[in-house]
Ligand binder design. Structure first.
Ligand SMILES: [Zn+2]
Length: 220
């Protein structure tokens, strides 16, 4: 009887270890590597959906320690938790159409960096971004609604407006320039982000999501 119990206990132990490995197997990877590994799982259609258990929910009741900030588009095809195969408490996410960044967004990022100690910020653009398309097709006409503020943000980057005609033929480049704009804006944001970037205590990286294959490429 004792032997049977020990065997049963071993099976329980084995199963719980396996569970822990599934959920935390990449805990030792750097934040960027964790995102890369998660996206690889997603793109290969083999996500593990980590950190969605009741245990994880309980662990997060008192505090959160997300390992990265992701600024992404609100587009329904680009949900960061899914495309990076992460779960509860893993990512601090800011989403706006066209991943545009204004005062509220910077404040949210500052909170994650100062108070939650995130050391990595990703600005994520994506293929076929409607907000970038709206800018490219605006032809100088003003929208009568608040969408105009998104168009204005995308057009506020000199590098974008100076080549807008060629960007109409190359919307992918327009998306990438919009990401670059966001990265530059955050890297120069004072009083919180710029000093940390200058001291190499904070990494801000642009990234691009490909709708065709589900892969994220990072500009390092
Ligand atoms: Zn978009």
């Amino acid at each position: 009887m004792k032997k049977i119990l020990s065997f049963a206990a071993l099976i329980v132990l084995f199963n719980s270890c396996q569970h822990a490995t599934e959920n935390n197997g990449d805990m030792n990877l750097s934040a960027l590597n964790k995102l890369k590994a998660g996206n690889e799982r997603f793109a290969e259609d083999s996500p593990v959906h980590p950190d969605e258990t009741l245990k994880r929910k309980q662990e997060l009741k008192k505090e959160q320690h997300p390992f990265a900030v992701v600024v992404s588009c609100s587009d329904s095809r680009v949900p960061p938790e899914l495309i990076f195969d992460q779960g509860l408490g893993d990512l601090f996410i800011i989403r706006t159409a066209g991943n545009v960044i204004g005062t509220y967004e910077v404040g949210s990022i500052e909170y994650a960096v100062e108070h939650l100690h995130c050391k990595l910020v990703i600005v994520l653009g994506h293929q076929s971004c409607g907000a970038v398309k709206a800018f490219l097709e605006s032809k100088g006409e003003k929208h009568q609604d608040h969408i105009q503020s998104i168009v204005d943000y995308i057009g506020s980057e000199q590098e974008v407006t100076s080549i807008v005609d060629s960007l109409k033929k190359n919307p992918l480049l327009a998306v990438k320039l919009n990401v670059k704009h966001g990265v530059k804006l955050l890297k120069n944001s004072t009083p919180v982000l710029k000093p940390l970037v200058d001291k190499a205590e904070l990494n801000i990286i642009g990234a691009y999501y490909n709708l065709d294959n589900g892969k994220v490429s990072f500009e390092e």
